[in-house]
Design a protein around this ligand. Structure first.
Ligand SMILES: Nc1nc2c(c(=O)[nH]1)N[C@H]1C(S)=C(S)[C@@H](COP(=O)(O)O)O[C@H]1N2
Ligand SMILES: [Mo]
Length: 263
């Protein structure tokens, strides 16, 4: 990782004005980026130099932050080990009750009609494009007990069951050399993930929570569970999946949350 660290000689000193802009920038950075900085993979001064930013203006800092966020995505993608498993836990450690979170109140959780439900697969895929819930339930299922980490500062252990997303993508004829998989939800939430995470062994197209059909608050009828990613990258109520090379962004990502969102 030292390759990202500027040499001691290269570290420049900042004027008080520049230092205050850097402090603001650091405050604006979301957790994963902060963690990367904390691990000393990069310093903000080093980044300012890498991105050719003179730190004179807020416009400049904004464009630096934008570049930095993409740079951070690239670094996280580089550090992501597709063979490394997230920790799993015994049943006795499940958090009860498991918390609910969404960009709206629990009373506004969408009601999806199970009989009418069709999961759509679009984009770079040449297999089956429409899936009923029965068809999803007929696929081989597995369970995981993992920790969900929300960027808002809480975490909880839960048990999800469903189909390995890698095997679902294969059945759907997805082009697994594509860059992104985007996931669109019944509440108009959406997010997108990198292909290596989509193919990770613990990435599960979940249909159950704690052995029961996924309740509405946890994402009925289907949620994508990834213990390698932060909470906002785990979409509930998914109605459409698209395989694409065009950057799809996401609901929170487009408001400044880091796109890679590794946990
Ligand atoms: N469709 C949808 N999925 C979503 C969200 C949302 O608002 N809508 N919120 C995300 C966030 S920020 C979190 S922390 C988790 C919360 O999942 P839970 O209610 O099962 O705890 O859902 C994620 N997936
Ligand atoms: Mo979250």
């Amino acid at each position: 990782m030292t390759m990202f660290k500027p040499s001691r000689k290269a570290v420049k000193t900042f004027t008080p004005h520049e230092a205050s802009i850097i402090r603001d920038a650091q405050r604006e950075l979301k957790d994963p980026a902060r963690r990367l900085l904390g691990k000393r993979i990069l310093s903000i001064g080093g980044l300012a130099m890498l991105s050719g930013c003179d730190l004179k203006t807020d416009g400049s800092i904004n464009s630096m932050l934008r570049k930095m966020s993409f740079f951070n995505d690239d670094v996280q993608a580089l550090l992501f080990d597709p063979n490394k498993l997230a920790p799993t836990y015994p049943e006795s450690m499940i958090t009860r009750p498991f918390p609910f979170n969404a960009f709206y109140d629990i009373d506004d959780v969408p009601e999806v009609d199970a009989a009418a439900y069709r999961l759509q697969v679009g984009g770079l895929a040449n297999g089956k494009r429409t899936w009923t819930l029965d068809e999803l339930h007929a696929l081989p299922q597995e369970d995981q007990i993992t920790r969900h980490i929300c960027i808002e500062g809480w975490s909880a252990i839960g048990r999800w069951g469903g189909v390995r997303f890698a095997s679902f993508l294969k059945r759907a004829g997805a082009d697994t050399t594509a860059k992104y998989v985007s996931l669109h939800c019944a509440d108009n939430y959406w997010t997108s993930i990198d292909m290596p995470t989509a193919l990770h062994a613990q990435t599960l197209l979940t249909l159950t929570y704690d052995g029961q059909v996924l309740p509405p608050k946890y994402g009925f009828p289907m949620k994508l569970r990834m213990p390698t990613k932060l909470g906002y990258k785990n979409p509930k109520h998914i109605v459409a999946i698209s395989v694409t090379n065009d950057y799809p962004g996401g609901y929170w990502e487009n408001q400044g949350y880091n796109w890679f969102g590794g946990s």
